[in-house]
Ligand binder design. Structure first.
Ligand SMILES: Cc1ncc(COP(=O)(O)O)c(C=O)c1O
Length: 442
């Protein structure tokens, strides 16, 4: 085969933090030509670029894998789909179809769940802000409520004063679970006694009952043992409440936080190596349950996993708008998607793959987005072949948090397509136009 002449060049090897060999990672040389069996070229021709593609089968696989890991060791267990991770109706519907509850953190998310037909008793309501009228509605509809702070305790006490019914409430607790950072701004602090104080204020009221306790320690948690600590500490608190107020919790909610296969910046190894298995999290939790539950007590275990359910199911297709040479020798490639739609590029090392074969060498490339902003960088230093205008890259593992945190800054937001389990394609959100952006303006 005739090879094209490639002029020799020197690439400066920059030893970035977190890589002991001083080597940059490079995208696999093998092109990735399809998403969930659908050719990339077909997707971009039909729906345009950039484009988010969700693989429904992968979403369901993730949920089933995690569910099975827990259910083989303990029952009852329910998973609540964390809406904020990606609350497109198509995505939520798919998880509800697999039996997930809705975990919401705002009135808007609650309304979304209700409009999708989720009954209040299938909704877990967290979050730092709930207006009294909203609290009243959620409680009357039977939502699982976790109170976040003392002002909310006051609001619930006021509702209980005027109510003729018993109000069932839970509280969110934060604690030292042996990992850093400690998320101490949500809920009541355990070690300082705040959580007991909140429970005391609530449970002295004759029309308030404790439904359960909640703790979400953070996200992308790589230490299964942290969940064991949370389980033990929450049960200690639960039994203190039981002994003091004669009320037994019905559920224990350990929040979300399980990691996804997206690669964190600053970690040497590949996620295949450093990610614990779902069974390791399940064993840590269930061992702690077995060691600490009182005889005859089997509370409902709630989990609110977001990232681990959907990150690996979401892919971004993005195409080359322009190429430049940087003064430091790197190539610069301007893509049609940037941090406006890939918010997680801040802490994930994006792993863009080529979607066709190139018979040329790879060079150090800075991949940037279309924003007229210096911070719009998808990858600072990625080894890529010389890309042509219009070539498409595929960025895997971007299904969590990017669609919901996308910005309408300077450019409109792209379409989102779902490849259903039966192989059919559905636009679950069309690409935006200027009139969408101006819809609320006068
Ligand atoms: C209360 C609560 N539950 C669940 C989640 C989902 O977390 P993750 O995506 O890490 O599983 C979050 C996300 O921040 C959260 O705040």
């Amino acid at each position: 085969m005739l090879k094209t002449f490639e002029p020799p060049r020197l690439d400066l090897l920059s030893a970035r933090p977190g890589n002991p060999q001083g080597r940059r990672t490079a995208a696999s040389k093998d092109p990735v030509r399809d998403v969930a069996g659908v050719p990339v070229s077909e997707l971009t021709e039909k729906y345009g670029s950039p484009l988010f593609v969700y693989d429904e089968a992968e979403m369901k696989r993730n949920l089933r894998t995690w569910k099975q890991a827990f259910e083989t060791l303990y029952q009852p267990v329910r998973f609540g789909w964390s809406y904020k991770t990606c609350y497109l109706r198509g995505v939520c519907k798919s998880f509800h179809g697999e039996g997930s509850m809705a975990e919401v953190v705002s009135e808007m998310e609650y309304e979304k769940a209700r409009q999708l037909g989720v009954p209040g008793k299938e909704i877990i309501l967290n979050g730092p802000h709930k207006r009294p009228a909203f609290l009243k509605r959620a409680l009357s509809e039977g939502a699982t409520l976790h109170i976040d702070h003392f002002d909310e305790v006051d609001d619930v006490l006021a509702l209980a004063d005027e109510s003729e019914q018993i109000l069932k409430v839970g509280i969110r607790v934060n604690m030292d679970a042996g990992i850093q950072p400690v998320w101490s701004r949500f809920g009541f602090h355990l070690e300082s006694g705040e959580a007991r104080q909140a429970l005391t204020q609530l449970l002295r009221h004759p029309r308030i009952r404790l439904s359960g306790l909640h703790c979400h320690i953070g996200t992308y948690i790589l230490e299964p043992v942290a969940y064991a600590t949370v389980t033990r500490k929450l049960l200690e608190l639960a039994y203190w409440a039981e002994d003091t107020f004669d009320q037994r919790i019905e559920h224990l909610d350990l929040g979300g936080g399980f990691p996804s296969p997206a690669r964190l910046k600053g970690i040497y190894q590949s996620p295949d190596v450093y990610l614990p298995k779902p069974s390791e999290y399940a064993e840590a939790v269930v061992n702690a349950l077995q060691e600490n539950l009182r005889p005859g007590h089997r509370p409902l275990l709630l989990l609110e996993s977001g990232r681990a359910m959907v990150d690996s199911a979401g892919t971004l297709l993005t195409s080359v708008l322009a190429r430049k040479a940087m003064p430091d020798g790197r190539d610069l490639v301007v893509m049609d998607a940037g941090v406006n739609v890939l918010y997680t590029a801040t802490w994930y090392e994006m792993q863009p793959a080529v979607t066709k074969r190139y018979d040329t060498g790879r060079h150090s490339t800075q991949l940037v987005g279309p924003l007229c902003m210096n911070i719009d960088v998808l990858h600072d230093d990625w080894m890529l072949p010389p890309l042509d205008r219009g070539d498409t890259l595929l960025i895997p593992n971007v299904g969590a948090y990017n669609v919901t945190q996308s910005m309408q800054f300077i450019v409109t937001r792209p379409a989102v397509v779902m490849i259903h389990t039966d192989g059919s394609q559905e636009v679950i959100r069309r690409a935006e136009t200027l009139s969408d952006i101006e819809a609320g303006e006068s």
